[in-house]
Design a protein around this ligand. Structure first.
Ligand code: PMV
Length: 324
């Protein structure tokens, strides 16, 4: 095989029903299904060049050469993809995010979605979306949700074969906005891979999982009928449940800071006064305000009044991972 190059673009996603805990860590098979929305304004662009002359993989992220765990994770994923063709050709991977690392948005979803799509093309393989999603899942669970377009559901599945994500509505189906409110720009102390492994140590995880299908159904219904109140209620409860598991793991994970709770209370107050807005929080202190797009400007103005709000990133429903 000679040199071969491909480039792909993918968006990160925000989950309304969260993924937290694997039943198989190596294969990243989740304990429960999840639902998310891709974020159009945020993009990872990844170029993969397979080069028979390279002695080892090279990984540049935002023009910085990566070593250690970051490089290892890329190599491990490339090995899975190269294994499909039964070849060992090393790769030069160049990846860029248009959002800063401290932006409160995990980049691993868009990173592994873009890496999968680019590498599979560079390897000369054609495959359906669901198989790209299955493969992206093995790099980072939530990456499987950045493969299909718009609003997306990741099936828990019974094995590697049927645990993948599908689109449940295109981006233009519903005008809602994710206002990513940055309260703290520091990198999180405990990454999600480590966190997933702790989930099972919480006695609350069983209850969270048992009830997950009901929340998935309600969330899917909320999206398909554009029922904002139902989306708000389901998203917030699901987020609280995941954080309850985090806080009751051994050792416990506290991702919130006092301002996170301040904003949660504010959002609930705003919704009571009739503003269609809800909150959700991932593995960090920053808060995602999910709102109907008609109120996004008013909310940004309100948020900008708080001196403790560092930055607000406005995101709309985004498309699928694509080749450039
Ligand atoms: O894909 P990971 O391993 O980065 O896990 C994502 C975990 C959360 O962001 C906290 C929840 C989710 O479903 O996105």
């Amino acid at each position: 095989m000679g040199t071969s190059t491909a480039t792909a673009l993918a968006h990160p996603n925000i989950a309304f029903i969260k993924y937290w805990g694997n039943r198989d860590n190596a294969m990243r098979l989740p304990e429960n299904g999840s639902i998310s929305m891709n974020l159009e304004e945020l993009v990872t662009r990844t170029q993969v060049t397979l080069d028979p002359n390279l002695p080892a993989d090279i990984f540049d992220l935002n023009n910085h050469r990566q070593t250690g765990l970051a490089l290892q994770r890329v190599t491990t994923h490339l090995n899975v993809l190269r294994g499909i063709r039964g070849i060992g050709t090393k790769a030069y991977v160049r990846s860029e995010n248009n959002f800063p690392e401290g932006a409160g948005i995990a980049s691993s979803a868009s990173a592994f979605a873009a890496l999968t799509v680019a590498a599979i093309r560079a390897l000369g393989i054609e495959m359906p979306e669901k198989d790209l999603s299955r493969l992206a899942r093995r790099g980072s669970g939530s990456a499987c949700r950045s493969i299909p377009t718009g609003f997306v559901e990741w099936y828990r599945g019974t094995s590697d074969i049927d645990s993948y994500a599908v689109s449940i509505a295109p981006p233009d189906f519903w005008s809602i906005t994710d206002l990513v409110v940055i309260l703290d720009e520091k990198k999180k102390a405990t990454g999600s891979s480590e966190g997933h492994e702790l989930a099972k140590t919480s006695p609350f995880q069983t209850a969270r999982i048992q009830d997950a299908d009901k929340r998935i159904e309600r969330c899917r219904d909320a999206i398909q009928t554009r029922d904002f109140d139902l989306l708000a209620e389901t998203t917030e409860i699901d987020c609280n449940m995941m954080h309850a598991v985090m806080m009751t793991s051994t050792p416990p994970l506290f991702y919130w800071n006092p301002l996170t709770l301040e904003l949660i209370k504010m959002v609930r107050h705003w919704r009571k006064t009739g503003i269609p807005v809800a909150y959700t929080i991932d593995a960090g202190p920053n808060v995602h305000l999910i709102c109907e797009s008609t109120v996004e400007n008013d909310l940004v103005e309100k948020l900008n009044h708080f001196t403790w709000v560092k930055q607000v990133q406005v995101c709309h429903p985004g498309g699928n991972a694509i080749l450039e």
